[in-house]
Design a protein around this ligand. Structure first.
Ligand code: RUB
Length: 311
């Protein structure tokens, strides 16, 4: 894959043809692997220059999911730290690191399903929002374990990822209802648990996820409904330890309504929002279930205090 082709993968991420924080991360890793396979650079220095340029292009594709820069840095850090400086050795190191990332990521989602499903009980009605592989892994694992559960999924306007979710759940045979985003509070009294995914988790335990998530958390707290987040450890945001704020992606207004039909109106299309840690009961990671207050520990464990050091 040439730099031009890496740009095409970045474009597919920007346009949301490839979407969901985990899939974005795996496709970026896959693109770097393909770059390594196709590279004709003969010197190590030139190869590394091209690889890091490809990584930058991918990182810029979407701003809120830290899984994307974390995946790229995971690979670059390992390649840069691999002893042999020959281009061929660096290419091999890239391929190995990318394959490791993808394999670990897939396993992490499975493991989250196993751990998170222990917190799902027979007869539970679970609400979910948007389309999260990690959240659905929890729900599907509980169902496959024989727990009779029901799911309520909100639409997630404006891109309607909730429709992907209900199709996936219905295919599995799970009794599923689709609701409009504005009916969350009206139905919350019949819900036992909320399970959502994450694009980024800050050092203070705040979770950045699809717009509408924080409203659901607020309604869940009011109704004393447990609120769970399912997220791989590469969704934790190391730079938030250094005071960096997670950028909330603002997408094109045409996704919400046609600007031509509403002249003079500012149509705001925020793709994500921030749920404060006080509204979150648990974060299910592949390495264990933690309260949001332990986010800083996860970051320390996964990335080291020296941000940019380990990954
Ligand atoms: C997707 C979204 C998902 C998280 C987690 O937003 O908010 O809840 O990315 O997903 P978008 P996963 O559709 O805008 O990418 O668990 O699959 O990583």
């Amino acid at each position: 894959m040439s730099v031009e082709e890496v740009k095409q993968v970045a474009e597919r991420i920007s346009s949301m043809e490839i979407r969901g924080a985990g899939k974005i991360a795996r496709s970026a890793a896959g693109a770097l692997k393909s770059y390594a396979v196709a590279s004709k650079e003969t010197t190590g220095a030139k190869y590394l220059e091209g690889l890091s340029k490809a990584g930058e292009i991918l990182i810029c594709a979407r701003p809120s999911a830290v899984s994307l820069p974390n995946a790229v840095r995971y690979i670059l850090y390992r390649v840069e730290g691999s002893g042999d400086r020959k281009a061929s050795a660096l290419r091999k190191a890239t391929i190995n690191a990318a394959e490791d990332f993808i394999e670990n990521s897939v396993k992490a989602v499975e493991r989250i399903g196993i751990l998170g499903s222990k917190r799902i009980e027979e007869g539970d009605t679970i609400m979910t929002h948007c389309n999260s592989s990690a959240a659905l892994s929890v729900i599907k694992t509980a169902w496959r374990d024989g727990k009779e559960i029901k799911v309520i999924a909100s639409e997630a306007r404006p891109r309607y990822q909730g429709q992907i979710t209900v199709r996936e759940l219905a295919k599995e045979g799970i009794p599923t209802s689709l609701i409009v985003d504005s009916s969350v509070r009206a139905v919350m009294k019949g819900v036992d648990k909320v399970v959502v995914g994450a694009d980024s988790i800050a050092a203070n335990g705040a979770v950045i996820n699809k717009i509408g998530t924080s409203q659901i958390a607020l309604c869940a707290q009011e109704a004393r409904v447990l609120f769970f987040v399912a997220a791989e450890t590469y969704k934790f945001h190391p730079e938030t330890c250094l005071g960096e704020i997670v950028e909330i992606e603002k997408r094109d207004s045409s996704e919400v309504a046609s600007p031509e039909e509403f002249p003079g109106v500012d149509i705001l299309n925020l793709a994500f929002d921030v749920t404060p840690p006080e509204y979150i009961d648990l974060i299910v990671t592949e390495k264990g279930i933690v309260p949001p207050q332990a986010a800083i520990m996860v970051i320390k464990e996964e990335f080291g205090w020296a941000v940019g050091g380990k990954w």
